[in-house]
Design a protein. Structure first.
Length: 109
């Protein structure tokens, strides 16, 4: 299933889907809630995973903390697509985002 996924920058039409993905994980106690306003203000930092049918099935954002550090936030994968490497694929996208190229990325096992 992960081989049919396209990783891309999130766009304004994705806000509702990002909100649904993050909210479903927050309801289960796995993630912090994000308001739609917060998602919109961070939208340029979001990456999405789109299924072969065009559905946004995962998302995540890199949130700068300081000049040389950032954290991954709002990483969420639709339950139907969990366990096939889509979350890992999203995390691997962050070092390739030009606006985040000043951050030092370290692989952690």
């Amino acid at each position: 299933m992960a081989e049919n996924v396209i990783y891309r920058y999130a766009a304004v039409p994705d806000v509702d889907e990002i909100f649904k993905l993050v909210s479903s994980m927050a309801q289960s106690g796995l993630k912090l809630r994000r308001s739609k306003y917060r998602i919109i203000t961070m939208l340029t930092n979001f990456v999405g995973a789109e299924s072969g049918t065009g559905e946004l099935v995962a998302c995540g954002a890199l949130f700068p903390l300081w000049a040389d550090s950032a954290e991954i936030v709002s990483l969420a994968v639709d339950q139907r697509f969990q366990g096939v490497g889509i979350g890992k694929g999203l995390v691997q996208c962050f070092p390739r985002i030009p606006s985040l190229s000043g951050f030092l990325f370290q692989k952690q096992d």
